[in-house]
Write a protein that binds this ligand. Sequence first.
Ligand code: IMP
Length: 208
Amino acid sequence: MQAYKKYFPFRIKFMQQLIFATNNSNKIKEIKAVLKGKFDIITLEEAGIDIDIPEPHDTLEANAFEKARVIYGLTKKNCFSEDTGLEVQALNNEPGVKSARYAGEKRSFKDNIKLLLTNLQQEENRKARFRTVISLILNKKEYQFEGICEGYIAKEEKGNNGFGYDAVFIPADSNKTFAEMNMEEKNKYSHRKKAVQKLIDFLDGLEH
Ligand code: IMP
């Protein structure tokens, strides 16, 4: 032991591996940018898992748990998932949990935005928020973290970056849509970034 200490006087700290239970390459990019250097994020593809993860429930919380449980069931490895919805005040918080399939099973970003703008055509109240729920399974225990970004829905699409509803969502305190921002700028406001920060704080807290 003493000899070991002589040659390795420092503590080798391995980066904790976490599987991110999503097939969405945009989410992977965003989350890897935030967790870079802190955690070794393994995508489903890298973990050799090729499934369409179910989202059968009517809350973000239940869907996030479901996704993490499915991946944990397959890998028995620490993992996390996230589920996000756009909640529009004038539409009774729709599309919410149905955000991906708002305009149908095709899950087309363009069609979803078109339907949203049509449904809000006569509406003065454009208030909306993105809400992300992250589910973590760590050493067989389950945890959840929430991140919210308040804002409003623009009258027309602007910008080419991002995905989903980015081209029509303007965060409060900004005059640009998410699609007009680069990833760094989006992460200053982002619901997902806020939820991930809670995840990081939680994991950091466990290490001390
Ligand atoms: P999911 O079920 O968590 O994959 O997300 C549901 C849908 O919400 C996605 O298909 C996107 O249309 C939308 N969405 C999620 N996150 C964002 C975001 O950060 N910006 C814009 N749209 C998003």
